[in-house]
Design a protein around this ligand. Structure first.
Ligand SMILES: NC(=O)c1ccc[n+]([C@@H]2O[C@H](COP(=O)([O-])OP(=O)(O)OC[C@H]3O[C@@H](n4cnc5c(N)ncnc54)[C@H](O)[C@@H]3O)[C@@H](O)[C@H]2O)c1
Length: 312
């Protein structure tokens, strides 16, 4: 029997990469649930004949619940995924990231899904005194978004302990790669850098540009998410899904300029509320329990990503 997977947010940037990864595995049967808030059908156009797509909002429990019948693993990636947007528009952010996430766990439990793999966020750590950030550190969320994503982890752990649903949370660290939408000021910083370089525009960096991030290539994330669906003995646990490196925004903007063959000094704006200063994952637990080692260096990831944006 093929394994039945359901991906919420499967028309989004990371979700669509995961869908392609699942289709590349042995025998998988993939359902995508997405309301196309920020996701796009174009992201799954190439595989549309091999998946089942439902334009459904995860806040609509009655619509969501029957889609889980017969599903073995749910990958829950649907969210409004932005720190600044959760500050400028806190209500929809809370509604989707908290109430929608509760619906996903509840529907999965009711439908007797075996496991939910949840897209958590490194933002839950906040500013830590020590780097890299390890899963045993006390979370200190600095924004509504970080808190909402942390709540989703806690709900997973409680659905595991109280209801017996297997739940694994993966804290993604600044994922980048093809199909990340640069279309709004809330977009991921690397997608904005790529767009700026290709259009010959100067990007705005909020702060001095010396803030650092563990940029992680999207295909590494998809591979880890898949492993988290099948690894034994990890239910109720949280793992970092990072690359283990740490690069400043000034460094990556330099790299993007080199790839594009342009010289465009960045504009610097005031630091943004809710942003953490430094981020770097300790990847030892994911390596030990999920047998995962990232395959893509920052240079290789940037090159592939730039090639994709240039072609698009
Ligand atoms: N990109 C990152 O660096 C990063 C870092 C940490 C965590 N994450 C998490 O990874 C997940 C995917 O993020 P992404 O970067 O691919 O963003 P994305 O915006 O491309 O994907 C989110 C998807 O969720 C869908 N969605 C939003 N609200 C919905 C709703 N109410 N019902 C159904 N679908 C809905 C959107 O249409 C979109 O397709 C999110 O949960 C995000 O919080 C991302």
């Amino acid at each position: 029997m093929p394994t039945r997977y359901l991906v919420t947010g499967g028309a989004g940037f990371i979700g669509s990469a995961l869908v392609r990864h699942l289709l590349g595995q042995e025998s998988g049967n993939v359902t995508v649930v997405d309301n196309l808030y920020s996701g796009k059908l174009a992201n799954i156009e190439a595989v549309k004949d091999r998946i089942e797509f439902h334009k459904t909002d995860i806040r609509d429990y009655e619509a969501l619940r029957p889609l889980m019948d017969g599903v073995e693993v749910v990958f829950h990636l649907a969210a409004i995924p932005s720190v600044p947007r959760s500050i400028s528009e806190p209500v929809p952010s809370h509604d989707v990231n908290c109430n929608g996430t509760f619906n996903v766990y509840r529907a999965a439990h009711e439908a007797q899904v075996r496991r939910v793999v949840y897209a958590a966020s490194s933002s839950a750590y906040g500013d830590t005194d020590v780097l890299p950030k390890t899963e045993s550190m006390m979370p200190r969320p600095k924004s509504p978004y970080a808190l909402q994503k942390l709540m989703g982890e806690y709900y997973g752990s409680v659905f595991h302990s109280c209801f017996g649903l297997e739940a694994v949370a993966l804290r993604f660290f600044n994922v980048f790669g093809p199909r990340q939408d640069p279309g709004s000021p809330y977009s991921g910083v690397l997608s904005l850098f790529m767009k700026a370089a290709l259009e010959g525009q100067t990007p705005t960096i909020f702060g001095d540009g010396e803030q650092s991030r563990d940029f992680t290539y999207v295909e590494d994330v998809a591979a880890l998410v898949y492993k988290a669906a099948h690894a034994p003995g990890v239910s109720g646990r949280v793992y970092n899904a990072g690359n283990g490196g740490r690069y400043t925004l000034n460094f990556v903007w330099d790299q993007v300029q080199k790839l594009a063959g342009v010289t465009l000094p960045a504009n610097y704006g005031p630091p943004r509320a809710g942003d953490v200063r430094d981020s770097q994952a300790d990847t030892a637990a994911a390596q030990r329990d999920l047998n995962h080692s990232p395959q893509f260096s920052i240079e290789e990831g940037l090159r592939r990503t730039f090639d994709w944006y240039r072609g698009a």
